[in-house]
Design a protein around this ligand. Structure first.
Ligand code: ADP
Length: 432
């Protein structure tokens, strides 16, 4: 009802009431007393209504109260309407807040909201995991008291958040966390903790790789540089010396070339998983390997027995498979002394077919076995260098096998020989 109409209706009712009082007063010949009593009644009724409305608003606003009488009914309906609107607004705010919290809870990064006194106002699931916080138990607790790491405490207490802090997680061994704090509002801060373990491992792998490649290139480059200086300094070089220099430089350039080729092969393997898969005829593959093996054996007295499964066909990348098998056979030849025997074969086993290369050569001590497929890892640096090894062959084999859902199995005994094998699963065999 508009205000002026309400006022009009109230005035009419009041005038009518006092008219009635006046008539009663005239009738009783007690006009002033009747008017006093009538006014007192009105005041008492309104006081009672006032107390009721105050009780309702202060003590049970959630209970709906409806009154239809006069202007108090109008007040009740107005209050009821605004309470309803408030309840609706509150509900939608609570829904928005819980949606926001659920979203923040699902984040992989830890989030802690705290105030100027470092009291925790809220933290998400990841923060509880990373920092060992408990929710809601730790609400209002000081962040610097709860996280058990001296450097972290000082970082929070100092309050200078211009730098990022990297620390091991106080609750998970081996997990490295990156903490950064941003301020918002007038006195609020948000701490974001990110798990950078993998990133850190990748970074140290990258650093190690650069260091390894530089180290590998250093020796051949030093040899080449030495000979070039010798040639430069001497006017008359004896033919024998020339021959020696040329042959040494050739060996070193070949070494660098094969290293670069193998590094390129590795990088291709890592970026193109299972590329160009086609049917591979194992007979044809092994024919190529046999030719390569005879060329490498040359005049040496090494016997290779090939024990193959005829007509075997696999699905995979032919170039990669050839490189993996050939690396294993070549290694067996390179690391076997003269008069030894090597057995190469494909056999049916449970769940697939197995390729194996067995030699009775030098063998490898057990503590090296886990590390053989690492880039540039060699059991014996000088032995590998003599045989022209780059330390990348088995790393290539490992990646090829990963691309074919397989892995390398190595068993070996020093001075007895080694066996390198892998199984190609039934799902990649098209013809047994
Ligand atoms: P490399 O090019 O040096 O041979 P690989 O990655 O092929 O590199 O092999 C890593 C190391 O594993 C080699 O340096 C060698 O010490 C050892 N190795 C590999 N195959 C054999 C084998 N059949 N017998 C003995 N040692 C081997």
């Amino acid at each position: 009802m508009p205000d002026h109409r309400l006022l009009k209706s109230l005035l009419i009712k009041l005038i009518a009431y006092y008219w009635v009082l006046l008539i009663i007063g005239l009738y009783l010949e007690q006009i002033s007393n009747t008017l006093w009593v009538g006014s007192l009644v009105i005041i008492l009724i309104n006081l009672k209504e006032f107390v009721e409305v105050v009780n309702w608003i202060w003590h049970s606003p959630h209970k709906r109260q409806v009154k239809n009488n006069s202007y108090w009914g109008y007040i009740y309906r107005g209050i009821d309407k605004s309470l309803k609107a408030n309840r609706k607004r509150r509900k939608s705010l609570i829904a928005a807040l819980s949606q926001f919290r659920e979203g923040a809870d699902a984040l992989p990064d830890g989030i802690v909201v705290f105030n100027q006194d470092n009291a925790i106002l809220w933290c998400n699931h990841a923060a509880r995991q990373f920092l060992g916080l408990k929710w809601p138990r730790d609400r209002g607790q000081l962040l610097n008291n709860l996280v058990r790491h001296q450097e972290f405490r000082q970082y929070i207490i100092r309050g200078d958040f211009s730098q990022i802090l990297e620390l091991p997680s106080p609750h998970h061994a081996g997990v490295l966390l990156e903490h950064r704090v941003t301020s918002y509002g007038s006195d609020l801060f948000v701490l974001m903790s990110r798990d950078i373990t993998v990133l850190n491992q990748l970074e140290s792998m990258r650093r190690k790789f650069v260091a390894d490649v530089s180290h590998e290139l250093k020796t051949p480059l030093t040899v080449l540089h030495g000979y070039l200086e010798l040639i430069d300094d001497s006017d008359n070089i004896e033919p024998l010396m020339w021959k020696k220099a040329m042959s040494a430089m050739k060996v070193q350039t070949n070494r660098m070339q094969s290293m670069v080729e193998q590094l390129l092969a590795l990088s291709k393997l890592e970026t193109t998983a299972q590329a160009n898969a086609s049917a591979i005829s194992v007979d044809e593959l092994m024919a190529l390997i046999k030719d390569d093996a005879s060329a490498i054996i040359g005049e040496r007295a090494i016997t290779i027995n090939f024990n193959l499964m005829p007509n075997l066909q696999l699905v995979g990348n032919e170039e990669q498979m050839l490189s993996a098998c050939s690396n294993l056979v070549t290694n067996a030849i390179r690391y076997s002394p003269d008069s030894s025997t090597i057995d190469v074969g494909w056999h049916k086993v449970d769940g697939g077919v197995e390729f194996s290369v067995r030699d009775n050569g030098l063998g490898i001590a057990e503590h090296h076995l886990n590390r053989l497929t690492e880039r540039f890892y060699r059991v014996d640096q000088s032995r590998s260098t003599q045989t022209g090894g780059t330390g990348l062959g088995l790393s290539i084999v490992k990646h090829v096998l990963l691309n074919h859902q397989s892995h390398l199995v190595i068993t070996s005994e020093v001075d007895q020989g080694s066996r390198f094998s892998f199984v190609i699963g039934d799902d990649l065999i098209t013809q047994p």
